[in-house]
Design a protein around this ligand. Structure first.
Ligand SMILES: [Fe+2]
Length: 306
């Protein structure tokens, strides 16, 4: 196990077609705070004391643009860069100007085995003097050392990706969910952690329209899950997966569709990992209960409303 590792999922860059739609969605539904825009139109969104956790870049892909992994200091960053290079991964050191754009002290750029732009950095800009204020009446997000949440991505080569994230970046296996995919056979999803959060990334070699399947935001208050679920129904934000509790991280959550087509999981109460006692597990179901796909309105209800 590498001694110098990434410590949290720190920021995400997302390429979005409709920045104004995202600005409304982020503020009015997710409860994220706008942190203004850069001259190139990049919209920053924050969810805690960090300058930002999301950078939305105007573009045409509506998908993940890059993933930012935090490590603790310059020595750790150098050690991670040297290890990745020894494994044949091409590294580019970010310039001072590039670090300023990301609001970090230093960073390296590379690609994961699927070509997902990946950055490892240290020294994020933290603004305790500008406390986070959600535009919605919610109790805030579980972040800090746990990072921004988690992402689930589709990869081209499952084994190569597992080696990259574990042996290269230094994440550890939490567990696997083996999912039946009909005629495509079974697919294994690997859940990886780099701190106490159960997983910061999950990877699977499944067919998907986008790299980013979903990003999970964890709330501090269960009632915020309920009120946001109500809000989605009132505002006709598509709920893509009903309330449920996951088998592996025990998160109670539901999923909604974003203006970019991928999903946001809005969750509460995920269990944490203590590496001293955690043992890798296998699951055959993603959920203990719930997380159902939307169903068509039953005929009886359609008749009632005629
Ligand atoms: Fe999730």
């Amino acid at each position: 196990m590498p001694t110098n590792r990434v410590s949290q999922l720190g920021y995400l860059g997302i390429d979005v077609r409709d920045v104004p739609a995202w600005q409304r969605f982020a503020a009015n539904v997710l409860g994220l705070q706008s942190k203004g825009t850069d001259p190139d139109g990049t919209l920053f969104l924050r969810m805690d004391e960090n300058h930002h956790r999301f950078a939305l870049h105007p573009g045409g892909r509506d998908d993940l643009a890059y993933v930012g992994w935090e490590t603790k200091d310059a020595d750790s960053l150098r050690a991670i860069a040297e290890r990745l290079e020894s494994q044949g991964v091409a590294i580019t050191w970010g310039t001072t100007a590039e670090a300023q754009v990301r609001r970090v002290v230093g960073l390296i750029r590379l690609q994961d085995p699927s070509g997902i732009a990946t950055e490892v950095y240290f020294g994020p800009l933290v603004e305790f003097e500008r406390p986070f204020h959600s535009p919605r009446a919610i109790g805030g997000f579980e972040t800090g050392d746990l990072g921004l949440g988690h992402i689930v991505v589709s990869v081209d080569d499952y084994e190569a990706s597992l080696r990259f994230y574990c042996d290269g970046l230094g994440l550890k296996l939490s567990d696997f969910i083996e999912i039946e995919m009909g005629s495509a056979g079974n697919t294994m999803i690997a859940f990886l952690h780099c701190g106490p959060r159960h997983h910061s990334i999950a990877i699977g070699q499944f067919r998907a329209p986008k790299r980013l399947h979903h990003v999970m935001l964890q709330l501090r208050d269960m009632d915020d899950i309920g009120t946001t679920h109500d809000l989605c129904q009132d505002q006709l934000v598509p709920i893509t997966s009903s309330l449920g509790r996951h088998t592996n991280d025990h998160m109670v959550s539901f999923y909604m569709q974003t203006p970019s087509g991928f999903q946001v999981e809005y969750g509460f109460g995920g269990r944490l990992i203590d590496d001293a006692v955690w043992a890798v597990q296998l699951h055959h179901a993603p959920s203990i209960w719930g997380h159902r796909a939307p169903r068509a309105t039953p005929l009886a209800e359609q008749i009632d409303t005629v």
